[in-house]
Design a protein around this ligand. Structure first.
Ligand code: XMP
Length: 510
């Protein structure tokens, strides 16, 4: 499998995988390697281009990361971004200065459109800056090709040597035309064909999984969510029945969901185990109403069930997890306060006898994971599934959980989702669900008085689920949903729509 490769050299900046993702968006294969990677190893990959990521504040810090300057003489095009441009300038004899003020955020930037990176782009635009130091003396052979009011070297080039640098972050969407700039580097400077596809990614990952796993046994906890489903599909194509998927159905899934997961996976050449553990979970949850306690009970019980099943299989060599890149960032974010404990991040390992963890989706973003799932032939309803919390409907039935309440919620939630899809809103609203509140109120139906539950509907738009806005669902759609639910679902006589954003609210109610 030969394809053009771009190497992204990681200097420790926060957007490294985002750069890799943008390169893939330009249909070019790329690998992220540590900046310390020996030059011979980089050259052996025969890259058509190298990108330096951002990194620490200053090239003058005692332990600032630098590359072997010989990298600039390989004849391979290099693009330095943020810290990357500075380390390039420093290595080639330029000078980097540390002013008192820093430039941060959206910044008016002026481009020399004669530079191939800015070819066919406007002469002025917003770029996303995040730096203190800047280059005040260019290395020999370089010219500045963009500036801002505060920074004389917002970009530089030495076209003869195919060396380029950007002080700002083209990979961040706030930079207008940033992706076009990266594309210009890849296609115009590096000569990329832009013919790499997710199908290539799938094939290549399957081959490397086979290499790694050999004839070993792999165990995967399958939740039926997008990530674990794609992980299962990938592994099933790679190693077939060396894979065992354990699907713990905790009875807290949405309507029909457990059966859908079973249908999608039981036909494959893998060992698929569905554990119907509803009774166990509901028994443990009986009488518990505090949200964090519910989460903890579910998390612990999940591990216990999984462990019991895993023991039946005996020793496994690898435990697979569908961790995707945003999970890696979130669980690594050291000092962030725990708002809610997300039990499916960083899960199970302590309890199961295995040698190593494999996480084949670790470098992919959510939409890439979905694209891979499609490539592997997963049905749309699995691939497009909206996020669903590990504790399931337990945190959408407010307060104490009973099977009866769960069934009411399942029916109402199903109608809500069905009508949102019918109205063609399912792509625009990123997460939407019903919540069964613990409140009852008086209503009138026919000639009789009712005293039933209030159901809350929640719909949000968001890019990262860290912040969210409430979705403006048209009144007509809300009207249809409200009428259908009250008419078709017993024990609900009042429906409210949640119009709070996050913050101050969270997306889930518990
Ligand atoms: P919140 O409610 O914190 O939700 O604004 C943000 C996103 O995370 C999902 N969520 C969870 N996912 N285990 C999970 O796997 C959990 O305990 C959990 N709690 C919230 C929520 O659905 C939303 O997408």
């Amino acid at each position: 499998m030969s394809h053009q490769t771009v190497v992204v050299l990681d200097f420790g900046g926060q957007y490294n995988q985002l750069i890799a993702r943008r390169v893939r968006e330009c249909a070019v294969y790329c690998e992220v390697l540590p900046y310390k990677t020996p030059l011979a190893e980089i050259a052996a990959k025969n890259p058509i281009g190298i990108i330096f990521t951002g990194g620490p504040n200053s090239v003058y810090l005692p332990d600032a990361p630098h590359v072997d300057p010989a990298i600039f003489s390989l004849g391979i095009p290099v693009l330095g971004i943020c810290y990357g441009i500075q380390t390039m300038a420093y290595a080639l004899g330029g000078h980097v200065t540390s002013p008192d003020s820093r430039e941060y955020g959206k910044t008016d930037t002026y481009y020399d459109t004669g530079c191939i990176l800015f070819k066919d782009l406007p002469e002025r635009g917003i770029s996303w800056m995040s730096h203190t130091d800047y280059i005040d003396k260019l290395p020999e052979g370089f010219t500045a090709t963009a500036h801002t009011d505060a920074c004389p070297t917002a970009a530089m080039q030495n076209p003869e040597k195919k060396l380029y640098g950007l002080q700002f972050h083209p990979e961040v969407l706030h930079t207008e035309n940033g992706i076009a700039m990266l594309r210009n580097f890849l296609l115009e400077v590096c000569g990329a064909k832009g013919d790499w596809t997710m199908g290539d990614y799938a094939r290549q990952t399957i081959v490397s999984l086979r290499d790694k796993i050999g004839d070993g046994k792999v165990l995967l906890a399958l939740s039926g969510g997008v990530d674990s489903s794609v992980c299962a599909a990938l592994l099933s194509q790679a190693i077939g029945n060396q894979l065992t998927c354990i699907f713990v159905d905790h009875g807290l899934m949405r309507k029909n969901e457990g059966d859908e997961v079973e249908t999608a996976f039981s036909g494959r050449n893998i060992n698929f185990v569905r554990v119907n553990a509803e009774e166990r979970f509901l028994a443990k949850l009986a009488g518990v109403s505090e949200p964090e306690s519910k989460r903890k009970i579910i998390g612990e019980e999940f591990i216990r069930v999984f462990e019991e099943e895993a023991k039946k299989i005996g020793k496994v060599d690898f435990l697979a997890q569908g961790t995707i890149y945003p999970d890696v960032i979130e669980s690594g974010a050291g000092d962030a306060a725990v708002i809610k404990s997300h039990h499916n991040v960083g899960g199970l390992p302590d309890y199961v006898d295995f040698k190593e963890i494999i996480e084949p989706l670790r470098l992919l973003f959510k939409d890439e994971t979905r694209a891979l799932g499609r490539e592997l032939g997963l049905p749309d309803y699995l691939v497009n599934r909206q996020p669903f919390p590990g504790p399931g409907l337990a945190i959408r039935v407010i307060g104490e959980i009973t099977k009866e309440k769960l069934d009411i919620l399942r029916d109402a939630d199903f109608i809500f989702r069905e009508e949102i899809a019918k109205a063609g809103l399912d792509r625009d609203i990123h997460q939407y669900f019903a919540v069964l509140t613990s409140m009852r109120s008086v209503g009138v139906m026919g000639d009789g008085r009712t005293y039933d539950y209030t159901l809350a509907l929640r719909g949000v738009t968001t890019t990262d689920f860290m912040t969210a806005d409430w979705a403006r669902i048209p009144y007509e759609t809300l009207d249809i949903i409200s009428r259908r639910i009250v008419n078709e679902v017993r024990n609900i006589n009042r429906i409210v729509y949640d119009i709070t954003s996050k913050p101050p609210a969270t997306i889930e109610w518990e």
